[in-house]
Design a protein around this ligand. Structure first.
Ligand SMILES: Cc1ncc(COP(=O)(O)O)c(C=O)c1O
Length: 446
């Protein structure tokens, strides 16, 4: 395509095709080509494209009141959405702070934890513990918490020093032969306690983790019991638990919140992406009453804030999204179609010599590719297997989310599937067929 664009594109100087319109799981480009959106962009478009109820809610709210600054007003749209989120929140979470996206929401959560400790006499608690091979966003605080080596490297020297990273809970690569699931979960969780003790509990503010690790590892659910032990360790040392469900939350794994399947509540839950389903940019921090009370009883205000906090149009659209998901029982569809997709991928690719693992929950699934299935050796990074897969799928009219650096930020390739919750059985089969064709094509050339 001619470079007639003034946008600073993701790949500088390369102009992607123009998307024209969307309907359901399909996106059509201006050249008329149709793409099956099997990854919802980046696990965003959970309701599909062009939902009339959401479009109506957006336009009604824009006509009624597009914007009111939160230092003067609250709005019905924001209050109603907060009520709905709290009604369905994990136990103990009672207050919502709205932001524009996942990174802003993560920044807010980290700062909220920090100020909470200052309000309650723990001013030394500054340290953030997170996990290697996690992603929490691209603003500097969120990037500092993230353990994605590739994304961090460029900003070496600019990231917050008071962060450290423990190993992820990743059975496929870290559970040793002969080690039981529960022994592995205990070992993985135990590394948090070791790190808290190394730093001194009185210095640790929070532990932040993706409940199901998304982009960086490729849909890795925790081993059974891992998060219950993490919860206990955090409680033992007064460390706040922040769960980042920006990607895996809001229904993506088959329950509204991924942590429901772990049987725990965090102190702070962060959601975005599926909250607004791509109709609006929106994120939210849902915190415990205990944290909110500490601000009420303390200084009275959170030293934070952005211009577009609680944007009424964004909140009205997200409210419509969440009502659609509930009234059409779409989480049931996530579970049913997710199982079908998992099965269809397994039927076509489970014995493929370069498919090492097919994993995930609900409509949040990933395939990890390896040079050798037996010893799980990854492909040489120079081969850019993930990119070849993404490009082959794109040529076949299939959108997949492809990433490199699965193992350590450099080695490893995976692709992620996260279609809209409205996906049908027939579309699930199309996703699996097109992906299998792309995989065959890419590995046909040695
Ligand atoms: C788990 C997780 N946290 C945070 C973010 C950052 O969200 P955003 O890109 O909306 O800033 C992402 C984005 O992919 C994510 O996957």
């Amino acid at each position: 395509m001619m470079n007639d664009s003034h946008i600073f594109h993701r790949t500088a100087g390369v102009v992607p095709p123009r998307a024209s319109h969307g309907e359901g799981v399909w996106i059509t480009a201006t050249d008329g080509r149709r793409y099956l959106d099997a990854c919802g962009g980046a696990a965003v478009s959970c309701l599909g494209h062009g939902d009339p109820a959401v479009v109506r809610a957006l336009s009604d709210q824009a006509a009624q009141l597009a914007y009111a600054h939160t230092s003067f007003f609250t709005t019905e749209a924001a209050e109603d959405l907060a009520n709905l989120l709290v009604r369905n929140a994990p136990e103990g979470l009672g207050r919502v702070y709205f932001l524009c996206d996942g990174s802003e929401a993560i920044e807010t959560a980290i700062k909220m934890a920090h100020q909470y400790h200052r309000e309650t006499g723990g001013a030394a608690r500054r340290h953030v513990i997170a996990r290697q091979q996690s992603y929490h966003g691209n603003t500097l605080g969120a990037l500092s918490a993230g353990g994605n080596a590739w994304r961090r490297t460029t900003y070496d020297g600019l990231l917050l020093p008071a962060t450290s990273h423990i190993a992820p809970c990743w059975a496929y690569r870290h559970q040793t032969p002969g080690e039981s699931d529960s022994d592995y979960a205990a070992r993985a969780a135990g590394s948090l306690e070791t790190e808290i003790l190394r730093l001194g509990p009185e210095n640790v503010s929070c532990f932040i983790a993706e409940t199901v690790v998304g982009a960086t590892l490729g849909c890795v659910p925790p081993s059974p019991g891992y998060f219950r032990q993490i919860r206990d360790i955090c409680d033992r040392y007064g460390v706040l638990l922040i769960l980042d469900e920006v990607m895996c939350g809001m229904g993506r794994t088959g329950t509204l919140h991924a942590c429901e399947q772990e049987g725990i509540s965090p102190d702070i839950l962060v959601v975005a992406k599926g909250l607004g389903a791509g109709y609006v940019p929106l994120g939210a921090v849902i915190c415990s009453d205990r944290i909110h009370d500490a601000f009420v009883d303390g200084s009275g205000s959170f030293t934070h804030g952005h211009t577009f906090v609680g944007h009424p149009v964004a909140c009205a659209a997200a409210l419509a999204v969440q009502r659609e998901i509930a009234s059409r029982d779409l989480l049931n569809n996530v579970r049913l179609r997710g199982a079908e997709l998992h099965g269809a991928l397994g039927a076509r690719l489970a014995v493929h010599p370069h498919v090492g693992d097919i994993r995930g929950r609900g409509l949040f699934l990933a395939l990890e590719f390896v040079a050798d299935r037996q010893d799980k050796t990854p492909f040489a990074p120079e081969r850019h297997v993930h990119r070849a897969l993404r490009d082959a799928a794109f040529r076949k009219g299939l959108l997949i989310y492809a990433m490199a650096g699965t193992i350590d930020g450099r080695r490893g390739d995976h692709i992620l599937l996260a279609p809209p919750y409205t996906v049908t059985t027939q579309e699930v089969q199309q996703v699996a067929d097109r992906l299998a064709d792309a995989v065959t094509e890419v590995f046909a050339t040695p």
